[in-house]
Design a protein around this ligand. Sequence first.
Ligand code: PLP
Length: 403
Amino acid sequence: MSHFSEVSYVDLPAVFHLSARHNADQHPEKVNLTIGAYRNEAGKPWVLPVVTKAESLLAADETLNKEYLSMGGLQSFTDAATRLVLGENSPVINEDRAVALQSLSGTGALHLAFQFIRQFYPGCKDILVSNPSWGNHKLMVDTIPGLNFVQYTYYDPATMGVDLEGMCRDLENAQDGSVVVLHACAHNPTGIDPTMAQWEKIAEVCKKKNHFPIFDLAYLGYATGDFDQDAASIRLFANLGFEFMVCQSFAKIMGLYCERIGCLIFAGKTAEIAHKCLSQMKIIVRSIYSNPPAHGARIASMCLNNREMRREWEDCVKEMHARIRRSREYLHTALKTLNVPGSWEHILQQNGMFSFTGLTKAQCELMIEKHHVYLLKSGRISMCGITKENAKYVANAMNDAIL
Ligand code: PLP
């Protein structure tokens, strides 16, 4: 008799399951719009040239070895990642109130943040997450006993914009001192971010309610092509004196998906508080994986700290941003040319990697089953999957699904 005979199969999250179906599909015109990973103009994954350059420099560096990193990871990386987010002249950094540790990409940073909240946050353990949000937020919160997953209004399907009134109402009605997860920019899945004026309103409510913000930052640079603009939401909260965390991923922004490189930044009220919290976070790291991997951190550190390579990397991010904007135009033009019912302006207005098309579940199913165009049943598409070549095919499929 097995100890585990009661364990049952569970379905993989839809995004993996649909992607696997796409890969097995033999249809010559199949399209994968599910996975949130960058694709170039030819629809292929892109290793950033500056990353290849960093790897060859690392391979030639005989001073490097394979000793363990410390629990907090590679400090030249975490320091530079913190400056990237908070700004070179950030008072939080200058006052030594920002601490950071290397994490297993964005997911690992969020998990550490939630574990830390579970153990040390004295306030209420409601974790407020936007409706809709990246699916893994719920899974992560639900798998940590003691945390409660609560949704706040974010998206208004009627206007295809932020429902600011609904959002502020829900933040206001939440328990005092709740933890609020905010997508810093390029919101997944909607592609809709608050304006700066709206961020000010959100910050005002969070302040009044003494909420603790955790910024999920997986797409810095993807919203506008500019790091400073995309980090403006976080810097606003920093300037208002909040304590907060940032869960930063280098998967999308450096193409380091499988290297699992991220950074958890904590900004405390005082340097002493921040460093005490950092020490506890290191103990959580020790208990889960002891210390993080070095290779990707060395690549990221080089791209962040070497002046010439930094410029090359920034150009790569601009290129990825511009390519996604072009894919929005391809799809929009194809939809307009075919006179597909609807306005479709939102495809141009949304930003980041995704578009929330407004397609219904039944329409998405038809796109998948009849046309071999794979997308999430929420109607979310990854814009990276659209190319000049397949935009018309996808628009045709959308037309058929809608009519
Ligand atoms: N947060 C959001 C909103 C995401 O979309 C993702 C990835 O898709 C992540 C965090 C974390 O990604 P990773 O763990 O690959 O860095």
